[in-house]
Design a protein. Structure first.
Length: 157
């Protein structure tokens, strides 16, 4: 289980919630997901995105999978994963950063999230903190990650 930040392509005049409902209504849990076959334009976006993140944030590892292009960031702040599928993406952060240890990884996650918005044209939403990535408060997100991580460590281990 991870702390997730979701990204969708939101058409003008629509809200993130409307776009998410549309994706949810089309979801069929019985169907096999369609493999991602990245277009040249999507590959160009991915290349720009990974280059920019590695220059501005630090070293990354990336790989192409059947359903997404995936990036991992393992740095001094911690670990996160970014999956990109063209019209959607998400960042997952493990619940292992309790209390103040959550702030550095969330600062990094929001920095990457805002880069995803700029390079991919997707809108990011942090459902855990109930806020937009663009205008959200990283301190609120860090408090949420740190609190849930602390709860999980104290109750589940």
């Amino acid at each position: 289980m991870t702390y997730d930040i979701h990204f969708l392509r939101v058409e003008p005049g629509r809200s993130f919630d409307e776009a998410m409902q549309e994706v949810g209504s089309a979801y069929d849990p019985e169907a096999e997901p369609d493999p991602m076959n990245p277009t040249d334009a999507q590959r160009a976006v991915w290349d720009r995105l990974t280059r920019r993140i590695s220059q501005e944030v630090g070293p990354i590892t990336s790989e192409e999978y059947l359903y997404s292009l995936t990036l991992w960031r393992d740095g001094p702040a911690g670990h996160l994963q970014l999956d990109y599928a063209g019209d959607s993406a998400f960042i997952g952060i493990p619940y292992r950063y309790s209390g103040q240890a959550a702030l550095p990884i969330m600062v990094e996650a929001y920095r990457i999230a805002r880069t995803v918005e700029e390079e991919c044209g997707l809108e990011g939403y942090d459902a855990e903190a109930d806020q937009s990535v663009r205008t959200g408060d990283v301190g609120v997100a860090a408090a949420r990650l740190g609190g849930v991580s602390h709860w999980a460590r104290s109750r589940l281990t």
